[in-house]
Write a protein that binds this ligand. Structure first.
Ligand SMILES: [Fe+2]
Ligand SMILES: [Fe+2]
Length: 197
């Protein structure tokens, strides 16, 4: 805010000396912006690292509760991807020169708790499957938002290798989200066909 005000006054009727002063202020602020971005990036890495680890425990519970074979297959496949995503995150930590540390992600903990409540509150079969898909898609959307931002941060900081790794994971999260939409549509159509009989 302060920088913007100074800059706009420098762009007005003021002389060169004030312009150079404004440049100094900007470079100072850019410096702290980049270290803040780095800090934000690392904090968010720790957060999603915790989330992915929690998912390797939560997805098997979802598989146990699911009845649709298509849903079971999609979850099983994503469990394998999630394990790869964890090692991809470890590679990103290494690229940043930091130890891979997990920090509890309250948002993911909440989403997973909600998912468990949905499974408890629904009857096994199509309805519980629909609940698992709902909970699963909320998780995927959280991951898509996180990886999208992390990839952008990595690009801004010129960390292309990290950005590529994060994008690979981002694409997997997007693909499973679409897959879950397909499974939901198929399940609902099947249910409707069974009702007609
Ligand atoms: Fe993931
Ligand atoms: Fe995921």
């Amino acid at each position: 805010m302060k920088t913007t005000t100074q800059k706009s006054s420098a762009n007005g009727s003021n002389g060169k000396s004030q312009n150079s002063k404004s440049t100094e202020t900007n470079s100072g602020s850019n410096h702290s912006t980049s270290s803040q971005l780095e800090k934000l990036f690392e904090d968010e890495l720790k957060d999603i690292y915790w989330a992915e680890k929690a998912l390797t425990k939560a997805i098997p519970k979802m598989i146990k509760n699911a009845t649709s074979q298509e849903l079971i297959d999609a979850l099983q496949n994503h469990l394998g991807e999630t394990e790869e995503q964890i090692s991809r995150l470890e590679q990103v930590f290494e690229l940043v020169g930091k130890k891979a540390v997990a920090k509890k992600c309250e948002a993911m903990a909440g989403l997973l708790k909600e998912g468990e409540e949905i499974m408890e509150a629904t009857e096994e079969g199509a309805m519980r499957d629909a609940g698992i898909i709902l909970a699963g898609q909320k998780v995927e959307h959280y991951e898509i938002a996180t990886y999208g931002t992390l990839r952008t941060f990595a690009s801004i900081m010129g960390m292309n290798e990290a950005a590529d790794l994060l994008e690979t994971t981002l694409n997997e999260e997007k693909a499973v989200d679409e897959k879950l939409t397909e499974v939901a549509e198929a399940a609902i159509n099947l249910e409707a066909a069974e009702t007609e009989e």
